[in-house]
Design a binder for this molecule. Structure first.
Ligand code: SAM
Length: 645
């Protein structure tokens, strides 16, 4: 069966083979098993799974010959001042360079720093210079690097740092193997810069930026956000006090995240940020990083087990959920899971919401009890396929060296049980992480999926076909913003896909039932709101504001001549003049906002749209065409925030 693992989409075939070998009695036995661990142990004992052999792959190994050829091409592009092309070739050369001997990596870093310097990417150039020095760049050439470092600092107006680097240039020139004339000219130039910088520093003081080490909280929540529960809808987010349109409701890092294969050569394997000059895993070419920080965390945790297995996982044809489940386990060691096992068994993973919110996002206990359909409500077939998937994943972990030689098979089944539990949680709680690709016009903007992630707080939000929030991402950090005014006591709902403006109630409810197993109870579903295509501004809806506070809905033709309307429910009068006037003002305001948005003043456009939405929702009851349009516009603007790094 070893060959099977080498074929594209092999998991489907593997699962099919295992399923075919099962008799009805076997299924019956499987369906009686009480726990995820028992299910995993049962599947591991089936003869049909025995021949799945997973090994770390040597395929994505590096090649010095290829690396040198690419570097040569890069040097030619550099000579021709084709900086972007040179950078691209140096990147490819770097990724293909074996970490041993480090010398080659050092030279590639140095060359790449030169291309980055010419592109004005001084921060990245400085990182590569540091990388070259760390990888023992030859002493006789270090003067060049030190001089480049000094010029990068100069460009950033970091005078004290530039001064130090010019001093280091002078020292490094002692080792330079260059003609004496060139050496003394460079030394003279560096001395001049040292004197000049000393004067500048004396005059303006040391402008060294204080390096603030930002210790970011893993989850930041709006002060007015709280969580409630009811037996039909489970836990859900709601507003404890009024939340205004545009306000940030949650910003959080994922419990775990995994990049899609198609983004692996363009985005950081750890934080999902798009990179220009990546750092590579020293062993494989599959995991690239934006910074040493991201690389260090990945290499110390999950990547040491995933290295060499990424091609197998990607080739398997399983969804991102499968990789996320593996990552959840791989980011902590076996001991961690064995330690929390008894606690989870005792309380079934139930923690009071306040305690849960205080837990760190990397704590498995914070995500293990997110919504999932219980085993008794799942089809046996579905549960069986997920168990086979856990078997595949636990074997990946085994091949990656996750278990030490003393680990018993019992421990392996225990971890497979955790994988199965995580797969079930991920099925209902994974968020697709996207990047907004910008174009010249608003229509050219497209969302591009780059990976998946599990967010402990955002996963507690219920769905509405008229959501109150929009999500965007910076790397794999999610930001949730309000796109309407949410009153105290109201639900703060996000959207799982179907929108009332685009699909009719039946379609939406069918999708939600099929994918998420629930009957949607949101307001548009209960009131059967119209599609956007069927909407106009001909009928305006008001809330009765008579003294009896009945709050009934009052529908009025937009071209009415009356402005005091009697409520059929309570008989009181409501003055609708303000609402009629608002509809006229909104038209002008909308045009101003659109102009601002198209000219790229996103912040100003958002402020304008917020003003419009506020004006509308203060006097009129949605949905109506202008309101929906304005919400769509504000959503587009907020999505663009994700692109501002
Ligand atoms: C991602 S979870 C949301 C949090 C969940 N309520 C909980 O208790 O953890 C998704 C599940 O919440 C429930 N849910 C979400 N939106 C709902 C809605 N509009 N109406 C009814 N149930 C909903 C469904 O059970 C759904 O499968």
């Amino acid at each position: 069966m070893e060959n099977l693992v080498k074929t594209p989409d092999f998991f489907k075939t593997f699962c099919h083979n295992v399923l075919n070998a099962m008799s009805p009695e076997d299924f019956d036995k499987f369906s009686q098993l009480p726990s995820d661990r028992d299910r995993c142990e049962y599947v591991a004992g089936l003869p049909a799974v025995k021949n799945l052999t997973i090994v770390r792959e040597e395929k994505s190994v590096k090649s010095i010959e290829r690396a040198l050829a690419l570097k040569k091409e890069g040097n030619n592009a550099f000579q021709n001042k084709e900086w972007n092309r040179a950078l691209d070739l140096y990147n490819q050369s770097y990724i293909a360079t074996p970490c041993d001997p480090a010398m080659d990596v050092a030279v590639i870093f140095a060359n790449r720093s030169a291309a980055l310097y010419h592109m004005g990417k001084h921060d990245l150039a400085l990182k590569d210079i540091a990388g070259a020095m760390e990888a023992n760049y030859p002493r006789d050439m270090q003067y060049k690097l030190m001089e480049r470092e000094a010029r990068c600092f100069l460009a950033q107006e970091k005078h004290a740092e530039a001064l130090q680097s010019f001093k280091k240039t002078i020292t490094a020139l002692d080792d330079a193997k260059i003609p004496e004339e060139k050496r003394s000219k460079m030394e003279r130039d560096a001395q001049i810069m040292v004197k000049m910088l000393m004067k500048t520093i004396e005059k303006c003081g040391n402008q060294k930026l204080k390096q603030k080490i930002k210790k970011e909280d893993t989850s930041q929540m709006h002060a007015a956000l709280e969580f409630d529960y009811n037996p039909t809808e489970g836990r859900f987010a709601k507003a404890a006090a009024d939340i205004g349109v545009g306000e940030t409701i949650v910003a959080e890092l994922p419990h775990c995240s995994a990049l899609l294969e198609r983004s692996a050569q363009t985005h950081c394997h750890h934080c999902f940020k798009r990179f220009l000059a990546p750092l590579s895993c020293p062993t494989c070419s599959d995991a690239l990083f934006c910074s040493t920080e991201c690389r260090t965390v990945a290499l110390k945790t999950y990547h040491r087990y995933e290295c060499g297995l990424l091609p197998t996982i990607w080739r398997s044809g399983t969804s991102i959920i499968c990789h996320l489940s593996l990552r959840t386990l791989a980011q902590r060691d076996v001991e961690y899971f064995l330690k929390i096992r008894d606690e989870l068994e005792a309380n079934e993973g139930e923690y009071p919401i306040e305690r849960r919110l205080k837990m760190s996002n990397s704590d498995y206990r914070k995500v293990c009890n997110l919504f999932k359909v219980s085993a008794k409500d799942r089809s046996v077939n579905d549960l069986f396929q997920h168990t086979v998937m856990s078997f595949f994943l636990v074997n990946c972990l085994r091949a990656g060296g996750y278990f030490d030689n003393n680990s018993s098979e019992g421990v392996v089944h225990e971890i497979a049980g955790f994988l199965l539990r995580t797969l079930q949680v991920l099925q209902f709680n994974t968020h697709e992480v996207f990047e907004l690709q910008t174009g010249k016009t608003t229509q050219d903007r497209k969302t591009h999926f780059i990976g998946g992630a599990l967010y402990p707080t955002v996963s507690l939000f219920n769905h509405s076909c008229d959501p109150g929030v929009v999500r965007y991402f910076r790397g794999n950090r999610v930001y949730v913003h309000a796109i309407k005014n949410i009153k105290a006591g109201e639900i703060v709902a996000e959207n799982y896909g179907p929108l009332y403006t685009q699909e009719d109630r039946e379609q939406r409810r069918n999708t939600l039932k099929q994918v998420y197993h629930f009957d949607c109870m949101c307001v548009p579903c209960q009131e059967n709101w119209p599609l956007f295509a069927d909407m106009n501004n001909d009928i305006l809806r008001f809330r009765c504001d008579g003294k009896k506070d009945c709050g009934a809905l009052i529908c009025v033709p937009a071209d009415t001549n009356e402005f005091m309307i009697r409520c059929v429910d309570c008989g009181e009068f409501t003055n609708i003049l303000k609402g009629l006037k608002a509809m006229q003002d909104i038209d002008v305001m909308n045009r101003t906002a659109e102009r601002l948005h198209n000219s790229g003043s996103v912040d100003e456009a958002v402020r304008k749209y917020i003003e419009i939405l506020k004006t509308m929702s203060d006097v009129l009851v949605p949905p109506f065409r202008d309101y929906v349009l304005c919400q769509q516009n504000i959503r587009n603007c907020l999505l663009q925030y994700g692109n501002r790094v």
